[in-house]
Design a protein around this ligand. Structure first.
Ligand SMILES: Cc1ncc(C[n+]2csc(CCOP(=O)(O)OP(=O)(O)O)c2C)c(N)n1
Ligand SMILES: [Mg+2]
Length: 793
């Protein structure tokens, strides 16, 4: 073994050295969980937990990957419950300070599951919600394919996912591999940890054959690492074929029951029901040898795994999956036990393991001895895996506005499409824009953008359609990525496009569209992506009961609440085209700044943007009137801050009229304006506040409140609300084509009585007027609500 840095170290790996390293990895991972549970007093009586068995099952595969296979640009997604193995390896590679090791699951310490944003040692993909982290590298590879096609090839990265066998029960896995956008990605390798156990049970039956067919049908290269070298040698002997057949057809439940038995009992159990020839073959082996032989699985055979990795490297035109047969709790007393998922070794068992590892309480956290072959190999691997810093990313200059002119009535969805077209003409922005949609590109108004920029495909395709409205030109320069209907895939792809600045060294401006009700269909992946720190823009459109004839299955009600409450997401719901222009450009500016990494200016806020839009065309004149009254500078600042006064009633109020404030978001503004006019006719001063981002307003309020809580001082009304809403004491009516709850907090924020109107039942088909009337969003109901609010003073 040499200490030098080579492109391909795998061929040179000394299996004896790797075996020594994996023993230390197993020890450290096990002890980290042990220390978290036994060495720390959390003071709350809540079990700390951790997964020693789940970790042990991937020790061999991860040792093989990090210490023999991976190159610096490669990216790995680690099964959530194997996070201790990842951290143990990073520690041995010198990427993690020793002080972290006893701090697994402690506040500010190593996270329970790998976290890109909170762990200190270079997690590539966050994992935790099973299935999502596994699929993420597939979309990262799709992103790299896009980046290479548009910005020139980067050094090759392989995208590896380590996943549990029960993770394959998650539907998002199959949605991900079935989408044509993930086809042909030869740099993807999935390693399935086939330990035949999930959380509660031994997984019934043997499903690998079926899963293998499903992967193969999706165009994947499928292979197995099933039998270790001892078993393979046994199969080659006379009578070995029968042994193999017997093991192959043995149900998981039978096979798993062999673990934890005394060697003599293994024989009886293994041969229970076996053909005479198999029993005869086994009779030639001592008890210990037989017990070792029948549990000799390739997932714990370093040579077999490296051979499988190398085989998959040859499949350059399609993703690969390896079914690696392993033992849950491998090398630990709980190996194969049916209830080992969250079992912990006793202190005595840990003591024994420490001794077996040749360590003492004084040396137990040590790294590999530098003078030994294992220590030298780890040092060489550290060198090999060190990533070269990427060149500073260019800062994408997004203008303050796309200059949209909207004189005639228009909808926010239509304006959204036009703004993207305008931005696609801006040389400073256009190359970085990439749109994606789950089969709804045209119905969410992306057609204009697509006609100009084309659809991405790794190879040029002949366009058969002569459609003059939608040119569907596919090729490597296209900037729209069309997906199948899966909203999960949309948010997984947006997440990876939004991490391209980090995982591919290329900032992008990702923009996705989705029918608003189906944001919820992709919600887990939405959460996953923003939890991972991705930055993108998504438009949920059309939204609400305003999509009247489409009925309840297509009408979103709780999505606004989701947008408001989701961390790292700024929720925006403008009513007018020019406001959307400022807000969308502002969001892209913030994404561009954040995605430029350290070289960029400070972004306006962390994270992603969710615009909730509508197809309802509304008169733009009221916005123009506010613009004339306030001027662009003030109006833009207020629109961006979350609210502005659309109708100012202060003159009437000063003349002594009773005052009320109508605060509303989105499509219902026309009804609110009619109501305000009716109230004015009745001698009531009704101000109208257009809430462009309830999220930003809420955050401003909360910041002020929390500041008060933390400093024990009385909070005041925050600046974003002051000046826009009428003076103190004016009651408020909120109106929103979304759950009434979304804006109901405004009463508390302003310290005034509030009546909140919104959609609190499932929708149904009808006209806009029907649906608004049914949900008290018609102008008459808003007037009545204002009168009610006034009576509450
Ligand atoms: C979406 C989701 N559902 C449920 C869980 C809880 N959970 C954690 S691990 C697990 C079983 C995992 O089994 P498998 O994938 O086979 O992992 P391993 O056997 O390697 O521990 C479950 C149900 C989770 N983390 N995420
Ligand atoms: Mg499992």
């Amino acid at each position: 073994m040499s200490g030098g840095c080579h492109d391909r170290l795998a061929g040179e790996a000394d299996l004896g050295v790797l075996a020594e390293i994996q023993q230390r990895v197993l020890w450290l991972a096990t002890r980290m969980v042990d220390a978290a549970n036994h060495d720390r007093d959390t003071g709350d009586g809540v079990k700390v937990g951790g997964h020693q068995a789940s970790s042990a099952s991937l020790v061999t595969a991860m040792t093989a990957l990090y210490f023999a296979y991976l190159d610096a640009p490669d990216r790995v997604s680690v099964k959530p419950h194997a996070s201790p193995v990842f951290h143990a390896i990073q520690y041995l590679l010198g990427n993690l300070d020793r002080a972290y090791l006893p701090g697994l699951r402690a506040f500010g310490g190593l996270q329970a599951y790998p976290s890109r944003t909170k762990d200190p040692d270079g997690v590539d993909f966050s994992t935790g919600s099973v299935g999502l982290g596994a699929a993420a590298p597939l979309f990262a590879a799709a992103t790299r394919r896009y980046v290479d096609a548009h910005f020139g090839a980067r050094p090759r990265s392989r995208y590896v996912a380590l996943l549990g066998d029960a993770e394959l029960d998650e539907g998002n896995i199959w949605e991900a591999i079935a989408d044509p956008a993930t086809a042909g990605l030869g740099d993807v390798l999935w390693i399935v940890d086939v330990n035949r156990q999930s959380l509660d049970r031994v997984v019934p039956g043997v499903r690998i054959a079926q899963w293998g067919q499903q992967f193969a049908a999706a165009g994947w290269h499928v292979t197995e690492a099933k039998y270790g070298r001892r078993l393979q040698a046994a199969f080659a002997q006379p009578g070995g074929a029968g042994l193999r057949d017997w093991i192959d057809q043995m149900p998981n439940e039978h096979y798993q029951s062999l673990f934890g038995l005394d060697p003599a009992d293994v024989r009886a159990r293994f041969c229970d029901g076996a053909p005479a020839a198999v029993a005869q073959f086994c009779a030639g082996l001592a008890d210990d040898d037989l017990a070792g032989l029948v549990t000799d699985l390739a997932g714990h055979d370093l040579g077999a795994l490296l051979a499988a990795f190398a085989e998959c490297d040859e499949a350059k035109d399609r993703p690969s999956v390896i079914f690696a047969y392993t033992i849950k709790g491998w090398g630990l007393p709980m190996a194969g036990h049916p209830r080992n998922h969250s079992a912990l070794l006793s202190t005595a068992q840990v003591d024994r393991l420490r001794e077996q590892a040749g360590l003492t309480p004084g040396t137990e956290w040590d790294r590999l001895e530098p003078g030994t072959p294992a220590g030298q190999w780890a040092a060489a691997r550290r060198e090999h895996l060190t990533r070269r810093p990427a060149a500073p990313a260019p800062v994408v200059a997004v203008p303050d506005s796309a200059g949209l002119r909207a004189a005639r009535p228009t909808s926010t969805q239509e304006a959204f499409g036009r703004i993207l077209v305008e931005l696609s003409r801006a040389e400073s922005v256009a190359p970085y824009l990439v749109t994606t949609a789950p089969d709804v590109a045209t119905s969410t108004n992306l057609a204009g953008f697509i006609n100009r920029m084309g659809v991405f495909s790794p190879d040029a395709r002949r366009a058969w359609s002569q459609d003059p409205v939608l040119k569907w030109a596919e090729g490597p320069s296209g900037q729209h990525i069309e997906l199948g209907i899966s909203e999960m895939n949309l948010f997984l792809l947006l997440g990876q496009l939004g991490l391209s600045w980090d995982l591919s060294g290329q900032p992008l401006l990702p923009v996705g569209t989705v029918y608003d009700p189906f944001v919820l269909r992709g919600l887990d992946a939405f959460i996953y992506s923003v939890y991972s720190g991705a930055r993108f823009v998504v438009a949920g459109t059309p939204s609400g009961v305003t999509l009247a004839p489409e009925g309840g299955a297509h009408q979103s009600t709780i999505t606004a609440s989701v947008g408001l409450e989701l961390p790292n997401v700024t929720f925006i719901e403008p009513a007018y085209a020019a406001a959307l222009d400022w807000l969308l450009c502002g969001a892209l500016q913030s994404v561009a700044a954040a995605n430029a990494g350290a070289s960029g200016p400070a972004p306006a806020e962390a994270g992603s943007y969710y615009f909730r839009l509508t197809t309802r065309s509304i008169d733009q004149q009221p916005f123009q009137a506010a613009r004339d009254r306030l001027g662009d500078a003030i109006l833009r600042r207020q629109v961006l801050a979350g609210a502005y006064r659309l109708v100012d009633a202060s003159a009437a109020a000063q003349a002594g009229a009773p005052e009320v404030c109508l605060a509303a978001s989105g499509a219902v503004l026309p009804e609110v304006l009619v109501a305000a006019a009716e109230l004015a006719d009745e001698g009531i001063a009704a101000a109208v506040v257009d809430v462009t981002s309830a999220d930003r307003l809420y955050r401003a309020w909360q910041r002020t409140l929390r500041q008060g809580v933390r400093t024990a001082t009385a909070p005041s009304v925050p600046g974003a609300l002051r000046g826009v809403f009428p003076a103190a004491g004016v009651p408020v009516v909120t109106a929103h084509d979304a759950a009434s709850h979304t804006l109901s907090w405004l009463g508390s924020a302003l310290g005034v009585p509030a009546v909140s109107l919104g959609v609190d039942s499932f929708g149904q088909s009808g006209s806009v007027a029907d649906l608004y009337r049914a949900n008290d969003l018609d102008s008459g109901s808003i007037v009545n609500a204002a009168l009610a609010a006034l009576s509450l003073r």
